[in-house]
Design a protein around this ligand. Structure first.
Ligand code: ADP
Ligand code: ZN
Length: 730
């Protein structure tokens, strides 16, 4: 990268834009000059687009270059960030412009900062209350009185700006003037944290020493659920803030943020800044600008927060680091845990990877000495780890069309009598995964995907979990026409709830499933309600496994522990182990001992045995040995190649051509598998073919892949996606 001396007016500069081009564009520096990292507005054809000055221009025909229109009034992109985006692009084999889009996902960056009018709830009452007016007021109430811009408010309420203006006239909504973006309230890092146990203190001291020393380092903080990992890393956050640096905490699930923000507030006296898809546009813009200007000390967010323009990032925490949702699987395919480590290594920051059940990747990195490992062995205080037992479904088979075995039913009854909560876990949304015609055997599938439609009884529709398409449940079979012969097969949480209602008629039953809450906010509210005791039996999908605190919960029943072990996915064993341990960990957090009962047809399966025995290290060692022997991640490397397009023949031809021209891959000793129809061979009407590249660790895989890919010209409607370190293989 050239030096960062400003470019005087008229000198050629190379600009990276957010447009999907594969190269930098040359412009002349604007009036007043610019510098490396300046955010600029540049002309591109007839349009004006956002860009960043990446370095000096090539200096071709300077006279013919167009000029940068202007520099934007935001802090320039730091060299560290440029470097990070470049490395991330190289790693994920994504165009740099795509990385810049990730790094500029805040609205209004091209607008000048100024005072603006916001709209808040007023005292007045409109004479006439129309449905549109009521929606505006409801939106303002729902967001706790936070003011909005006119456009945002109108959009959120789905009304025209005129409706809002009408309410202003009536005094029901008021206009307030506010600086466009303000700093977040300062966090008081001098306040003392909770007194720590000896284990917690040792772990906190180690990480804090790393933070104080500065520079890069990664910690794997392994501790059973409830052992106080959060308390430990909040100490590291405090130390980081004390050093005047910024901290970022990543959470795998938006629904977890509110609980966490409360803990931050209790610890530091103010709320952290929040970054995820549920945050308003106004807040996003404010956060993006403030994080760069130093007006946000602690950000709590989803994986995309890694691409915020931190001014001085000193600590990144990845909580529940094993969680599969950290892998982004559309657009740029990246893993937030790996990108956190990359960003920290460039920024000179410390990383804390926290989990009760680390990914094999992180476990192996700790074994190899790349990460420092810290263990919290016990739950904090009087809370004990739950006992985990299996229920052998071969010995206690539920009746046909039922899924709760006799022993599980009795255990739930006991809890109900004791006034405690029970959770029944089933990782399947909807009512039934399959709708079959009893006359002809036809299974109702999606018209656009190679997937079955899942019945959702609450919505009274069938839904495709691939593309989201829904249709009414038909009266007659679409294949043979038989009337009233369509029947649900297999359980989803909605059906399980029906069974629970019949078995436990006096219990209050609540379903917790991502599709049943209208918004992240509604989900939060639901979780809090349940935690406060407003339900006796919770029926939940994997969303309940993710770190929520249910103090009254003492029994967890896993309906089908074998579900995740089918299918032979590379990580099937690991995922099942993690999920079962996490779910079981929900039981018995306060002063009541918990019990987890796991229904299985194969109690002797090594993974089930590992879950029951609690021998975590033994499980990881065995899993690691298997992967190592097979040359699989994390001991070997994989890249998934997904070709998709409307015409299967064209697609197959291309795939066959690709597997015949593999010199760049052979040069690094990589193997190529496929082509094979993807397990879901059609999504949204597009056929899908997969290839898999397997290579040894330590070879230049990305380089070989990009040379291989460069040999082929793709027809316009074919898409090729390369997924480095794939986590899913559908
Ligand atoms: P984890 O993140 O490992 O699941 P948490 O940090 O959420 O664990 O701790 C579990 C519970 O124990 C929380 O309610 C927390 O406030 C409490 N706790 C943990 N450590 C302490 C401590 N040192 N002093 C007081 N309470 C603690
Ligand atoms: Zn579909």
């Amino acid at each position: 990268m050239p030096d960062s001396a400003p470019f005087p007016t008229g000198t050629p500069v190379a600009v990276l834009t957010t447009e999907p081009l594969d190269r930098l564009l040359d412009y002349r520096a604007p009036e007043g000059g610019c510098a490396v990292g300046s955010f600029v507005e540049v002309p591109l054809g007839p349009r004006k687009v956002l860009g960043v000055v990446w370095g000096a221009g090539q200096g071709f025909d300077t006279a013919r270059l167009r000029s940068v229109i202007r520099c934007l009034d935001v802090p320039p992109m730091r060299e560290e960030m440029q470097h990070f985006l470049q490395r991330a692009a190289d790693y994920t084999l994504s165009p740099l412009s795509a990385m810049l889009r990730l790094a500029t996902r805040a609205p209004g960056l091209m607008n000048p900062p100024h005072m603006r009018r916001l709209y808040a709830l007023g005292q007045g009452q409109p004479e006439r209350m129309t449905p549109a007016r009521a929606r505006v007021i409801a939106v303002l109430r729902e967001h706790g009185g936070l003011p909005f811009t006119l456009g945002e408010l109108a959009d959120l309420a789905g009304v025209s700006p005129g409706v809002v203006k009408g309410l202003v006239k009536a005094g029901a909504v008021v206009e307030v003037a506010a600086p466009r973006d303000t700093a977040y309230p300062p966090l008081d890092h001098a306040r003392p944290g909770k007194p720590l146990s000896a284990d917690q203190r040792a772990a906190a001291q180690a990480i804090c020493a790393g933070v104080r020393k500065g520079g890069y380092g990664t910690w794997l903080l392994k501790g059973v659920t409830g052992s106080g990992k959060t308390e430990v890393y909040l100490e590291a956050v405090a130390t980081c803030l004390r050093a005047g640096r910024q901290a970022l905490v990543l959470l795998p699930e938006i629904a977890l943020t509110s609980e966490f923000l409360k803990r931050v507030e209790a610890r530091f006296g103010a709320r952290a800044a929040e970054w995820h898809s549920g945050v308003t546009m106004t807040e996003r813009r404010r956060l993006w600008r403030m994080v760069g200007a130093g007006g946000a000390q602690l950000v709590v967010g989803a994986r995309s927060a890694l691409f915020l323009p931190f001014r001085d990032l000193g600590l990144i925490v990845v909580d529940e680091e094993h969680d599969p949702s950290y892998k982004q699987e559309d657009g740029v395919h990246y893993h937030a845990r790996d990108m956190a480590v990359l960003r920290a290594s460039i920024a000179g920051a410390q990383v804390v990877l926290a989990s009760a059940t680390p990914s094999l990747e992180s476990w192996a990195n700790a074994q190899a000495g790349k990460y420092h490992r810290l263990d919290l062995e016990e739950r904090f205080g009087v809370a004990e780890l739950p006992q985990i037992d299996a229920i052998d479904l071969r010995a206690y088979p539920p009746e046909r069309g039922r899924w709760i075995s006799e022993p599980l039913q009795q255990a739930v009854d006991q809890r109900l009598q004791a006034g405690e909560q029970a959770l029944l876990f089933l990782n399947r949304r909807g009512y039934a995964p399959l709708t079959v015609c009893r006359a002809c055997g036809h299974q109702i599938g999606c018209d656009h995907c190679d997937a079955r439609m899942v019945e959702h009884r609450f919505q009274n529709r069938l839904m495709c979990h691939q593309c989201g398409e829904t249709k009414p449940i038909p009266q007659s079979c679409p294949s043979c026409g038989a009337e009233d012969r369509l029947a649900p097969v297999g359980p989803g949480v909605e059906r399980l709830a029906e069974e629970a209602e019949a078995l436990f008629p006096d219990a209050r039953i609540a379903i917790l499933s991502s599709d049943l809450a209208a918004s992240a906010r509604a989900m939060k509210a639901r979780v809090e309600e349940i935690a406060s005791g407003k339900a006796d039996v919770i029926i939940g999908t994997q969303i309940v496994a993710k770190g929520h605190n249910f103090p009254l919960l003492t029994l967890v029943g896993v309906i089908d522990a074998d579900l995740g072990l089918q299918g032979g996915d590379l990580r099937a064993g690991e995922r099942t182990f993690q999920l079962m341990r996490q779910v079981a960990g929900r039981a018995g957090r306060a002063d009541r001992k918990g019990l987890a009962l796991i229904q299985t047809h194969q109690p002797d399966h090594p993974v089930i045995k590992a879950i029951l025995s609690g021998d975590d290290e033994g499980f990881w060692r065995a899993e690691a040995a298997q992967r190592q022997a097979a040359g699989m991640p994390p001991f070997g490397r994989l890249a998934g190649i997904i070709l998709s397009g409307p015409d299967l023949a064209v697609l197959s031809d291309l795939a066959n051509h690709m597997v015949r021209n593999t010199a760049p891959l052979r040069a690094i000793g990589a193997q190529l598998f496929g082509p094979a129809p993807a397990p879901i061979a059609r999504i949204r009407g597009r056929h899908r073919i997969r290839l898999l590249v397997k290579a040894a660790k330590g070879v230049a895989l990305q380089d070989a892949l990009s040379r291989w890919r460069a040999q082929f010209r793709l027809p316009a409607n074919i898409r090729l996606v390369i997924d480095i370190d794939p986590q899913s293989f559908y």
